[in-house]
Ligand binder design. Sequence first.
Ligand code: ADP
Length: 197
Amino acid sequence: MRLVLFGPPGAGKGTQAARLVEKFGLLHLSTGDMLRSAVAAGTPTGLAAKEIMARGDLVPDDVVVKIIEDRISQKDADKGFVLDGFPRTVAQAQSLDAMLAAKHLKLDAVIEFEVDAGKHVDRIVKRAEEASRAGQPVRKDDDPQVFKTRLAAYHEQTAPVSAYYRRKGLLKLIDGMDSIDAVAQSVDKALQHRAHA
Ligand code: ADP
């Protein structure tokens, strides 16, 4: 099974991706995690991405497309994968289609996490405050100002990807504001109606 989890930053995609990985034995491909590893390791990609990520802007398409292309060409990706944070632009979605088509593969579903715009920002701010109070590391880009830039990038560059997949008949909308368990149930239900079930 090959899935895309789609939705604004902080919508809970990572949490649900982890559950899908456990349940279906899929590979979790988070471009955010891969870029953060590259930054930590100080690779050329990491050096190029560091400032852009700290500002909350999107890393150039060719950089992330190359990361995903390399990763899904490895043998363990044959078991299927869940993409989290990719594609984030229509150009990335088109590149993904082309790379899958070249391997005679298709996506099974794109699950979009819908959020309430007002409540969503509060939820992220609270999450950062709680993590900080508990002495846990807070992601630099969870700073409220940077988070606003991430949300703006989402609305301007990423939101159009939703219509792209709707036209392809792959889009499943779920309510991302529910509890973790309720969202998990919505995801399972959406997968029962996926294109290649
Ligand atoms: P979130 O979904 O919580 O915003 P991610 O961990 O997915 O965070 O991504 C963190 C940052 O990494 C983004 O703000 C962006 O700078 C960069 N990034 C991740 N994935 C992509 C992508 N597909 N295209 C461009 N930039 C990306």
